[in-house]
Ligand binder design. Structure first.
Ligand SMILES: [Zn+2]
Length: 212
């Protein structure tokens, strides 16, 4: 399997009425193609354009420095006019869409986190960098009870390398496993707010509300 490489695609093909094949006398055809760098067959970076002059009958071909010198001007013009195939921008467009999606997702998650923190509900899940293990600092906490002045939170037993690893664990339902949460703490609301606001300033808290 070829993962990365270069392929060429034809952009235009025209008959050159006044240039004839030296072997059989047929009018020659000029083809302009362009190379493109691809990754997993997805076009990523458009590269150079090049011309090929060919006889449609006997298939005699010329390209590069073998192109007929008297046609140099025509070839240069046709090369210039041949427009890069939109397909060649697929990879760039996909990358831009990915970046856009990621940013919108992060933005929306940030708004949700603020809303959920302001009005905590039972079963809310907090992802916080509070583990003592620096390699796996993120811990999942679950709100088990909410009263007017306190929140009871269970602390997960697993540490995760990143917030997204913790989110993946939640997606897989790991936090619903037997004895995932062992310790439970009841914390005054004011204190929760202080802790989460401090962590949030560092952009390191995500609150998820299952079912939403
Ligand atoms: Zn020919």
């Amino acid at each position: 399997m070829i993962i990365v490489g270069v392929y060429a695609k034809e952009l235009s093909s025209t008959d050159i009425g006044d240039a004839l094949c030296s072997a059989c006398g047929m009018p020659l055809t000029m083809t302009i193609s362009q190379r493109c760098f691809h990754v997993f067959a997805i076009p990523l970076i458009p590269l150079d354009k090049f011309a090929v002059v060919q006889c449609p009958r006997c298939r005699l071909q010329a390209e590069g420095k073998n192109l007929p010198a008297e046609m140099a001007e025509k070839i240069a013009l046709a090369t210039k006019e041949a427009r890069t195939s939109p397909v060649f921008f697929t990879g760039i467009v996909l990358i831009l869409l990915g970046v856009l999606y990621y940013n919108i997702h992060e933005f929306i998650q940030g708004i949700r986190t603020s809303d959920y923190m302001a009005d905590p509900k039972t079963r809310d899940l907090y992802i916080l960098p509070i583990s003592g293990d620096k390699s796996f600092p993120y811990v999942i906490c679950q709100v088990n009870a909410v009263t007017s002045d306190s929140i009871t939170m269970a602390i997960g037993t697993m540490g995760y390398h990143s917030e997204s690893d913790a989110e993946k664990a939640i997606d897989k339902g790991k936090h619903e496993g037997f004895r995932y949460f062992i310790e439970e703490y009841t914390v005054p609301r004011a204190q929760i707010a202080t802790i989460t606001e401090k962590v949030k300033e560092e952009g390191d808290v995500t609150v998820l509300r299952p079912g939403e």
